[in-house]
Write a new protein. Structure first.
Lengths: 393, 474
């Protein structure tokens, strides 16, 4: 979309269809029109509603924040805007990333609905990959610490990563080129020297691959690579069985404390029904947070509470270390891992913070995981596979 | 037989670190500005805003630890302490739980009973909370200027046994923090805050009594009063066979009493967890070496120097080093030629009456002060007049010691004949005192000397007066 008229046409269409496709929480026509002024290289983007956008309502799909307008941009929003990105609107997510919604895959719906839109979504438990599979998109999650999390309303800060969604592969390295790199406002980010605007060709003969053959029926992924004449080994990481419980414990603990700021005091929803500050907290939270969100907070507080912390949280963190180590070992032998989109694998790769791309090929799609901080190489490999498989989608 | 009790106390001191910016954002730490001027998404706790540690905080905390003989943690972490309070935007305070930045140190104090070593259990970094302001008609409002101001909490072992020891510890700690530039440590601005954990037990008991925490006492005087009151209250309760409760108590300056704020029996579970937004703290050998080299002369070294070089007593030297301002004033005065012992005496007995050592603000230049001491040394004025001269200069720093001595008529009376005549006059009216003195009451002499002093408006040479008097009555 390169002319103002095409944006106007898109918004006209969107305003009629949004109710049906359930993609946008807030359509940002006015902001988009403003962003098109004096913009030499406009490109359309959407951010999910957990990503703070200055001046545009950011609700996290919750009654708690139904009128919250952030006074600042998330770093990724700031960078995308500076590069010419035009925000079409804020897309529907699960409530605070974990709760109920009209469409768990709002960002995917928006990306699939438009023409050449790049979507940015804070992923939780791989829902982004599932959405991408359903809507036939590419979904990419960079190595933890490569893209700033500043301004992203967190579920679990240590696993949360903003993912990139697109119908075409090339938008992903383009977005990485803009978004990746150290952010002074996020202490967990690192320098990133890779130049994503210049992807090198990959000599497939030199790439060692393994398939995580963990579930039945995943043979279709092997078939895909066989067709490309690429040999694949089989790997079965021991740690996968710990991944989901460890992920649940860690993410719930972090979520519970991340959610404490929603207390009805300085911002967000405040109950009208209270006689003292205790009631203000309780009633505001009870009235404005959905049941799933409340349940996760309660579980999180349980695993952090006195006596339980050592039993659950500390154990989960140990499991996380084991998972990281096993993945490190595996990725010393193999450059890329091919894996199914299922909760065990997704949570394991999230706990390890590894870069991962979801490919909409084969019966159910598959994931390719690369080495930490080798995002560029993963995208190069991905691009090569795509060029070979195009048309097979 | 009456039982003997001892008070067992440990202190938790919160100290604001002297940084230009806050602990996790670039907002200014300036004190006393309009509400919420120094705020941003991070220190307001807005959704998605992440903290990044100000490295200077770590350096200052390590310096405080090095200056108090602590072990320094090499790989540490920061933890979230979760609780709801309206002045806490994020709903948790970023603090340190089980792995504080410094641990296992001590400092030496000096009281009237001599020297004592007080152990420091731990020292950790954390962020301050905001402040609630209660406005008529508007209700309670939050001011986040203070939110995110860096603190260290310094926790002592329960080694303190009296209010005197507590004050000596606080003064020494304050001195160390101000010498090293770690903190301004101003109690009146809240940059040095003290909680006292206090229990009583019978002397000889191994077991500690039920502990009460006294929070937010805002002056050294109040700390002393609170300790005295609380000690008496607990002994009375124990004697009466009442059960004491673990609780947090406040202190009212108006009533001089402590009062219950909340019980500890149903204390909150803070659900500590490592803050996932922050990277591990790493302190290298090089960093420790660099900071050790950057430490200035510490109070104890300075004290030793005063004792050795100037022949001062332990206790006097301790008073002088209690703050960098006092020590600097003392040294400047000595540099201008004053006798160190006289300077020390006058500072401790006199200047401290006019300005407290913890908030030392002298309106007298060291050279003027040295001049007054010189007048005393040469017999031009007596010590009482020296005190008056100091007060005059405090009232009007423009005046010189010379002018004051002349204009206020402070010159000492060293005239033997004149004094002898005055003493005779006093003795003629002091038959009773004289009789008492002769029957062995040494004190009776004081009233006679006092009357001579009164007659001369305090200008009599005291030693000469005593000499003449003794000649006349023995």
């Amino acid at each position: 979309m390169d002319s103002k008229q095409r944006y106007i046409d898109y918004f006209d269409k969107l305003e009629k269809e949004n109710e049906k496709i359930k993609a946008y929480r807030t359509i940002g026509r006015e902001h988009a029109m403003e962003a098109l002024e004096n913009n030499d290289s406009p490109f359309p983007v959407v951010f999910d509603d957990q990503i703070s956008t200055k001046g545009i309502r950011t609700t996290a799909n919750s009654k708690m924040l139904e009128n919250y307008v952030p006074p600042f941009d998330a770093t990724i929003v700031e960078r995308i805007k500076q590069a010419g990105g035009v925000i079409l609107g804020k897309t529907i997510t699960k409530e605070f990333g974990v709760g109920g919604s009209e469409n768990d895959f709002g960002t995917c719906a928006a990306v699939a609905h438009g023409e050449n839109i790049t979507g940015f979504s804070k992923d939780y438990k791989g829902s982004m990959y599932s959405g991408a599979r359903e809507y036939g998109l590419f979904a990419y999650k960079p190595t933890y610490g490569t893209v700033s999390g500043y301004g992203i309303i967190p579920v679990a800060s240590s696993v949360d990563r903003v993912g990139i969604l697109s119908k075409t592969f090339d938008n992903i390295p383009k977005a990485m080129d803009i978004a990746a790199g150290k952010d002074e406002r996020d202490g967990t980010t690192f320098n990133c020297d890779a130049d994503f605007s210049k992807l090198e060709d990959v000599d497939l003969g030199k790439v060692k691959l393994a398939v995580i053959n963990e579930i039945e029926g995943f043979e279709y992924a092997e078939e895909v690579f066989k067709k490309l004449n690429l040999p694949v080994d089989k790997a079965q990481p021991e740690c996968l069985k710990y991944a989901l419980p460890a992920y649940e414990i860690i993410s719930s603990g972090e979520f519970a404390t991340n959610m404490e700021k929603f207390d009805g005091i300085s911002f967000g929803y405040r109950s009208k029904d209270y006689n003292n500050v205790e009631e203000l907290y309780r009633n505001s939270r009870t009235e404005a947070l959905g049941k799933d969100v409340q349940a996760k907070i309660m579980f999180g507080n349980f695993v952090l509470s006195e006596g339980k912390y050592e039993l659950y949280y500390v154990q989960a963190m140990k499991a996380r270390t084991m998972i990281k180590e096993e993945f490190d070992n595996l990725l010393e032998n193999y450059e890329f891992l091919i894996a199914p989109i299922n909760p065990y694998y997704v949570t394991a790769s999230d706990l390890a913070g590894l870069p991962c791309i979801s490919m909409p090929f084969g019966k159910e799609g598959f994931l390719i995981t690369g080495r930490a901080f080798n995002d560029k190489r993963l995208l190069e490999f991905g691009k090569k596979i795509v060029s070979k498989l195009e048309g097979d989608k | 037989m009456a039982r003997n009790y001892e008070t067992v106390m440990g202190l938790e001191v919160h100290v604001e670190l002297k940084t230009n910016t806050k602990i996790f954002c670039n907002c200014s730490t300036e004190f006393g500005v309009e509400p919420n001027v120094n705020t941003c998404p991070v220190c307001q706790g807005l959704p998605g805003a992440t903290p990044v540690l100000n490295e200077r905080v770590l350096e200052l905390a390590v310096m405080a630890g090095l200056a108090t003989n602590c072990e320094i943690t090499r790989v540490g972490k920061q933890d979230r302490k979760n609780y709801f309070y309206p002045d806490l935007g994020k709903g948790y305070q970023i603090s340190q739980a089980d792995n504080p930045i410094c641990h296992g140190g001590y400092l030496d104090i000096e009281t009237s009973l001599g020297k004592k070593r007080i152990r420091i259990n731990r020292m950790h970094i954390e962020e301050d909370a905001g402040k609630l302001v209660h406005e008529e008609g508007l209700g309670s409002l939050v001011d986040n200027n203070r939110a995110g101001v860096p603190l260290v909490e310094i926790v002592s072992e329960p080694d303190l046994r009296s209010a005197e020891e507590v004050l000596a510890y606080l003064h020494k700690l304050r001195a160390i923090l101000t010498y090293t530039g770690v903190s301004d440590a101003r109690m009146n601005e809240g940059s040095f805050r003290c909680d006292v954990n206090l229990s009583v037990r019978e002397v000889g008991d191994e077991k500690l009594g039920t502990r009460v925490e006294m929070k937010n006492i805002n002056s050294f005087r109040s700390i002393q009063r609170a300790i005295e009151y609380e000690t008496a209250r607990q002994i009375k309760a124990v004697e009466a066979g009442e059960k004491l409760f673990q609780e947090t108590r406040g202190f009212s300056q108006d009533t001089g009493k402590t009062y219950s704020m909340r019980s500890k029996e149903n204390a909150a579970d803070y659900r500590y967890m490592p803050d996932p937004d922050l990277m591990p703290l790493v302190i290298t050998d090089e960093k420790i070496k660099e900071l050790t080299e950057a430490l200035p002369e510490l109070p104890d070294a300075r004290k030793a120097r005063y004792i050795e070089k100037y022949g001062l007593g332990n206790y006097d030297a301790e008073q002088l080093i209690s703050s960098i301002e006092v020590a600097t004033f003392f040294e400047e005065t000595v540099k201008k030629g004053a006798d160190p012992k006289s300077a020390a005496n006058l500072i401790i007995t006199d200047i401290f009456r006019l300005t407290s050592p913890e908030d030392f603000n002298v309106d007298i230049a060291p050279e003027d002060f040295a001049r007054i001491i010189e007048f005393v040394e040469t017999g031009r004025i007596n010590i009482g007049s020296a005190k008056k001269a100091i007060e005059f200069i405090f009232e009007n720093p423009e005046r010189t010691p010379e002018a004051i001595v002349v204009e206020e008529d402070l010159e000492q009376i060293n005239d033997r004949e004149l004094l002898s005549k005055m003493i005779d006059e006093v003795l003629a009216k002091s038959e009773k005192a004289l009789k008492e003195y002769k029957s062995g009451k040494e004190k009776a002499l004081q009233s006679i000397i006092g009357q001579v002093m009164g007659k001369t408006k305090g200008k009599a040479n005291p030693q000469l007066t005593i000499d003449i008097l003794m000649e006349k009555i023995s």
